[in-house]
Design a protein around this ligand. Structure first.
Ligand SMILES: *Cc1c(COP(=O)(O)O)cnc(C)c1O
Length: 341
């Protein structure tokens, strides 16, 4: 039994999703006449109570398009030091938009409104880059799947209004936060100017992200997506998978969260484990006490049992639960961890 806990991106389409893909009506989306893509874009916009949305081949491209929409070269965006837009998009903010990032030293990938306010450069101080955008990530990836307190997001929204800043949400795993905290997506839709969401993480699609915003923003985003090479033709096959995921794979994320917590409880009792970060969703980040158990030994023991997990650097290890991680696999993982002790 191969058990892959490296990421929730490893999930594959379910039979039901494949069926939806096989029977999808498609057209040429570059001519904007693919009915399945148009239906998905309407559906996701409605889900967030926003005007429009646009289908993208990746979350990085959706985020990069948002940054381009909200900034001009030379300007600066504010994000947490763990942010995906800064760490894992290949330097796209500077490459595509010519902007710098002011990194905030937040907690588990989350900043406070005070920290954001303190990071805004005074607009009349022409020596500093002009601050024009704040990027949030929910759930936080490098922060261990942590969920924001919505009240803090509202406060940061207030700072953005006061300082005339745009407000973007990287919601690659927003689904997990919505389920874990029982939140209303429309609250997010009314707070942010743009939101990106991924279908290729815990929702099981092979490919696909969506950027949501106003009609005017999405009209502009269409051109940027074209420039970035993201125009796709019969992408309705992929959009059909995303529509299916939205209908069938969101609520079930709660199961992944339970499994993650159960793994956390076992890790906590292991002598070789120093700390386990609080587990709110499907990501488990923990640190070994290397004087008792080295990472190499631990990873080797797991590998012997067909279990793969990933190192995050600085002695941190990560496991991610997901749709293709079955109850049988879960029992095996708990058993193996208990045996390693
Ligand atoms: C996965 C992810 C993305 C998008 O990644 P792609 O691989 O480009 O789809 C963006 N933000 C966060 C927080 C992510 O975890």
């Amino acid at each position: 039994m191969e058990i892959n806990l490296i990421s929730d991106t490893v999930t594959r389409p379910t039979p039901g999703m494949l069926e939806a893909m096989m029977t999808a009506k498609v057209g040429d989306d570059v001519f904007k006449n693919d009915p399945s893509v148009n239906a998905l874009e309407e559906k996701v916009a409605k889900f967030f109570g926003m005007e429009a949305s646009l289908f993208f081949p990746s979350g990085s491209m959706a985020n990069q398009t948002a940054i381009k929409l909200h900034t001009q070269p030379g300007e600066q965006l504010i994000c947490d030091k763990y942010a995906h837009v800064f760490n894992y998009e290949g330097g796209g903010a500077s490459f595509n938009s010519g902007v710098s990032c002011k990194l905030v030293d937040g907690h588990r990938g989350m900043m406070t409104a005070e920290q954001v306010e303190a990071s805004v450069n005074p607009p009349d101080f022409y020596h500093s880059p002009l601050t024009t955008l704040v990027c949030i990530e929910n759930t936080t990836n490098k922060g261990g799947g942590a969920c924001w307190d919505f009240a803090e997001l509202e406060k940061i929204g207030g700072v953005c209004k006061e300082h005339n800043l745009n407000y973007h949400l990287d919601g690659a795993r927003l689904w997990n936060a919505l389920v874990a905290k029982n939140e209303n997506p429309k609250d997010y839709g009314s707070l942010f100017q743009t939101i990106s969401v991924c279908f290729s993480k815990g929702l099981g699609c092979p490919v696909g992200s969506v950027l949501v915003g106003s009609r005017e923003m999405m009209d502009k985003a269409l051109r940027i997506r074209k420039i970035l090479g993201g125009g796709m033709r019969q992408s309705g096959f992929l959009a059909a998978a995303a529509s299916y995921a939205l209908d069938h794979h969101v609520d079930r994320l709660a199961e992944d969260h339970i499994k993650a917590k159960e793994i956390g409880q076992v890790l906590q009792q292991m002598k070789g484990v120093k700390t386990v970060e609080p587990i709110e969703t499907n990501i488990i980040i923990f640190e070994l006490d290397e004087s008792i158990m080295s990472s190499e030994h631990f990873l080797e023991k797991l590998a012997e049992n067909g279990i793969s997990i990933i190192g995050m650097g600085q002695g941190k290890l990560r496991m991610v639960t997901h749709m293709d991680y079955t109850q049988d696999m879960h029992s095996k993982v708990l058993e193996v961890l208990q045996k390693i002790g």
